[in-house]
Design a protein around this ligand. Structure first.
Ligand code: XBP
Ligand code: MG
Length: 250
């Protein structure tokens, strides 16, 4: 029977609500500083989120919506420069406390530590963003591997980032559980052979999570039950006991 030995956490939308009031706002501040009359609304950003990776998202936006946009630099170089500006604003927002952790995240991580369960991060977000979030709300030392952004060539939904973590941690995939929030993340984790629990948010609620091993509103707290959207959860919130039951199911 599979034993729970490791948890791999996605970051954006899973550990914290970073997209709507974090990355999106930072992108708009970067456009303003670059004197571009572009503004990504909440809904429009939800469309763009289907492209993982901030740089890749800007490139997609330019090709799809600004094809007549002429700039002395090539699109990749230009997107990288805008992304650098955006990261500066995102880090400022993060450090100001504008971004909140999601329910149950800190509790579950502390439970996992007490149960000697190894933990890792697998995110498309850039490393400085992840470090800043973990330093502000958690502790970098709690994670054996922090796999982020360009550490792999292909971003989610490609499985590369999860395969990178598995290679580093030298544990079999069937002893791990993944926590994700998006279809891109679920596809990536499943392609790496990993059981995956999805916690949804306003950007991802309507996505296809039929392959997930459990879909819930959030991780929940003892006094704030989560809603079960797909699969079985005997407790009102996700804890190490529920995770162990999920990992042992064939
Ligand atoms: C979500 C992403 C990231 C963020 C923006 O990552 O796709 O690209 O939207 O961060 P996750 P960057 O895998 O954690 O859900 O601008 O640093 O890419
Ligand atoms: Mg995510």
């Amino acid at each position: 029977m599979n034993q729970l030995q490791g948890l791999i956490f996605d970051v954006d939308g899973t550990l914290a609500n970073t997209e709507r009031d974090g990355h999106r706002v930072a992108f708009n501040s970067a456009f303003e500083e670059a004197r571009l009359d572009w503004h990504w609304s909440v809904d429009f950003y939800g469309e763009l989120l289907k492209v993982a990776g901030g740089k890749e998202r800007v490139e997609y936006f330019l090709h799809q919506y600004k094809s007549n946009f002429i700039n002395s630099k090539d699109v990749t170089q230009f997107a990288a420069e805008i992304h650098q500006l955006k990261t500066k604003y995102y880090l400022k927002l993060l450090r100001s406390g504008a971004i909140t952790m999601r329910p149950g995240v800190k509790r579950l991580i502390e439970e996992a530590r007490k149960a000697n369960i190894s933990m890792a991060i697998a995110t498309t977000s850039s490393l400085p963003n992840v470090i800043a979030l973990l330093e502000k709300y958690l502790d970098l030392d709690w994670f054996e591997v922090i796999a982020a952004g360009d550490i792999v060539a292909a971003k989610k939904p490609s499985p590369d980032i999860y395969q990178y973590v598995l290679n580093k941690m030298e544990l079999p995939a069937n002893n791990f559980l993944v926590l994700e929030d998006s279809d891109n993340g679920l596809i990536a984790a499943k392609a790496a052979g990993l059981k995956t629990i999805v916690t949804v948010n306003n950007y991802t609620r309507k996505q296809d999570f039929s392959q997930a091993d459990l879909v819930i509103s959030d991780l929940g707290e003892p006094d704030k039950p989560c809603d079960v959207i797909q699969g079985n959860l005997t407790e009102n919130y996700l804890n190490i006991g529920s995770l162990s039951k999920i990992i042992s199911q064939e």
